[in-house]
Design a protein around this ligand. Structure first.
Ligand code: ADP
Length: 349
């Protein structure tokens, strides 16, 4: 049985000849549905595209290559043009993210499961693997990237109305936390928070990147839905811990990305705090929050388990000290490098 991921990978090979980029990263693919032996692809265009027929044919032959047994239907829809002026009065165009290969949301159903820890360490791991990486910390409720990366108190410069990211550990960082006084709670709510977050992603001089990770706020509320709808995400990673309460919140995350108005691929689940390993007994595993909860959930929803990260003291200490564990060569660093490699695989890099 062919999977949605396989079809998406095949569609990545379909280039828009006038734009020199593939139709997935251009945000043209609105959805892929598979029922039995039929694949239905929905392409969305803002206005009339003279190459529509060419792209339909190219999609059909891309599917034929990976799933010759399947019948393919390609539907087209006309998308509403996005307004270029937002409530902030600033232009929030897509120019700054034009040169980004993959925009990947890191999300969690609830707070405290280690979403930011995973996002920061994954960013560093991908950079260590030789990729150009940026991370936008959009966790308006608790921006932790400045502290976790030892960049607290730094104030980003700006140039031509664009914010310049802070560079450290080979990654370009941007966080809403750079614009708040330490200890000061951000009280943005609703549309204001949403606009600020979009600005934090779209008005940053990222330059050329292979990956932009977005550390989303925990949960699946209106802000999330608006963000994941408006930002041209390539896909999402969901972080959970193995216990039932966390898993049921993570399920809401799965449903959000699979919602028919959102439909973004889920690259996989990361089970954080999968077991505890004391430094002095590196072979021992204690399943404090239950065993394989994330793995079972991933199986149930038909998504990949990208990684299981143990509870290790050095991961917590690295986060508090601004020197993330992914910089290490020990097993803690390796856990994140392995996660990075899995993501590369999923993205077809
Ligand atoms: P979230 O972003 O989901 O709210 P954080 O990433 O801020 O969660 O993590 C919450 C706390 O748990 C932090 O103190 C962090 O250092 C710690 N933590 C996260 N993952 C691990 C881990 N695998 N091992 C040890 N401590 C961890």
């Amino acid at each position: 049985m062919i999977t949605q991921e396989q079809i998406l990978l095949a569609l990545r090979e379909v280039e828009h000849p006038a734009k020199d980029r593939d139709i997935l990263s251009l945000g043209i693919v609105e959805g892929v549905d598979i029922t039995d032996d039929k694949v239905t692809i929905t392409l969305g265009f803002q206005g009339r595209d003279p190459l529509t027929d060419y792209l339909i044919a190219a999609c059909k032959s891309a599917v034929k290559r990976v799933a010759p047994q399947c019948e393919t239907e390609v539907r087209t829809i006309l998308k509403e043009r996005k307004p270029t002026k937002k409530q902030t009065g600033l232009e929030l165009g897509m120019d700054e993210i034009e040169h980004i290969g993959k925009i990947v949301a890191v999300s969690s159903g609830k707070g405290g499961v280690g979403k930011s820890t995973v996002a920061v360490n994954l960013a560093i791991a991908l950079a260590r693997l030789g990729y150009k990486v940026g991370l936008a910390d959009a966790d308006v409720y608790g921006p932790s990237v400045p502290k976790m990366t030892g960049t607290e108190g730094m104030i980003p410069d700006s140039e031509d109305e664009l914010i310049l990211p802070i560079e450290k550990y080979g990654v370009k960082w941007m966080s809403i936390g750079y614009f708040a006084q330490p200890g000061q709670a951000l009280i943005w709510r609703g549309p204001m928070a949403c606009n600020a977050l979009k600005q934090l992603i779209l008005q940053v001089r990222w330059g050329e990147l292979d990956f932009l990770l977005i550390d989303l706020p925990p949960g699946t509320g209106d802000i999330h839905i608006s963000l994941v709808h408006d930002i041209p995400l390539s896909g999402a990673i969901i972080v959970t811990t193995p216990q039932d309460v966390a898993l049921s919140d993570a399920e809401k995350g799965v449903n959000m990305f699979r919602n028919e108005n959102i439909r973004k691929p889920i690259y996989g689940l990361v089970e954080n705090m999968a077991w505890f390993t004391p430094a002095e007994l590196p072979e021992n595993r204690y399943y404090i929050f239950g065993k394989d909860g994330g793995k079972k959930m991933a199986d149930q929803y038909g998504i990949d388990l990208l990684g299981q990260i143990p509870i290790v003291q050095s991961i917590r200490e690295g986060g508090d000290a601004g020197t993330p564990a992914a910089l290490n060569d020990g097993p803690d660093g390796k856990a994140f490098l392995d996660l990075g490699k899995k993501l590369l695989d999923k993205c077809g890099y």
